[in-house]
Write a protein that binds this ligand. Structure first.
Ligand code: HEC
Length: 102
């Protein structure tokens, strides 16, 4: 049920931010609402082994998210989350996290 809530949040957000130009601002809104629940904004929750995203290479984040979306990279959690992201969402989020200082 938790997964379902995360997925619908991702889908809702991708509709509501659809009118923004690619921007780290839109990426930040989505990151704060969705991704930070597991990955944190700066560093993941110390009690769970989620990979950190802040300061990671932008192209790496983009390709990882696209692989989760088309399921060439398998993760039950991330496949569900990425299914709700548009190309623009992925660009925005990758831009936002890559610019954060880890
Ligand atoms: C419900 C928890 C959860 C949420 C919410 C979540 N993730 Fe993840 N994420 C994970 C887990 C677990 C993994 C590790 C999966 C694996 O082994 O490939 C992961 C892996 C990743 C990776 C790969 C990192 C690496 O080092 O290769 C990226 C990129 C990523 N997530 C981005 C995001 C983004 C962007 C969002 C928000 C749209 C998000 N995640 C939301 C749990 C979550």
């Amino acid at each position: 049920m938790k997964l379902f809530a995360y997925t619908s949040a991702a889908i809702l957000l991708s509709m509501s931010t659809g009118s923004f130009a690619a921007s780290a601002f839109a990426g930040k809104a989505k990151a704060a609402a969705v991704c930070s629940q597991c990955h944190g904004i700066k560093s993941p929750n110390a009690e769970v082994p989620f990979p950190p995203l802040a300061g990671r290479d932008e192209l790496y984040l983009e390709s990882a998210l696209k692989q989760y979306r088309n399921k060439t990279r398998r993760s039950d959690v991330m496949n569900n989350i990425a299914a709700g992201l548009s190309d623009r969402d992925i660009n925005n989020i990758a831009e936002y996290y890559s610019r954060l200082k880890p």
